[in-house]
Design a protein around this ligand. Sequence first.
Ligand code: HEM
Length: 160
Amino acid sequence: MNTPLPSDLRTRLGAARPFLLTALVALLIAGFVAAAVAHAPTRPLVWMVAYLVLVAGVAQGVLGLGQALLPVQLPTTRWCTAEWLLFNGGNAGVIAGTLLAAPALVAVGTALFVAALLAFLLGVRGAGRGWLLHAFRAVLAVTCLGACVGLALSFARVAA
Ligand code: HEM
């Protein structure tokens, strides 16, 4: 017999769902693109596969789930929607800008992406001091650093 989930856990997993579903779609697209370009890979397409896996997939899943489970009080639905739009709008801008070699577009995408990271940081306010919160913040710091280095590389590549 299945034991029903407590309603609080059900609500929390519901808040994580948009992020988890989008992460799953990103991982599937990455897999299909990798399979399709395997016979003649190009640098931008291989970069895009890595980005889809690491950022749009793994980081998005971890941040969405972490924000749903860590804070005492869940952020509002409006907050999570804005966060999802910033994170995924940012991803779209970064990927399109890199494939089109348009660093200005990468910069717009990076700005949206960093705003989403800030929203995730604020979204776990009051979550105590456990190691999971440290891990969550470490993911935010690493992706923020990756975004800044990526933006610099993007401008440097066009200038070269
Ligand atoms: C999660 C950690 C990350 C790691 C380890 C990482 C690592 C790298 C590496 C090694 C490259 C060079 C690829 C090459 O040789 O062509 C690169 C490129 C790039 N990364 Fe990241 N990155 C990370 C996260 C991010 C994030 C979060 C963003 C943006 C929001 C980003 C944006 C970019 C861009 C735009 C480029 C391409 C620059 C270009 O050649 O035009 N990265 N990244």
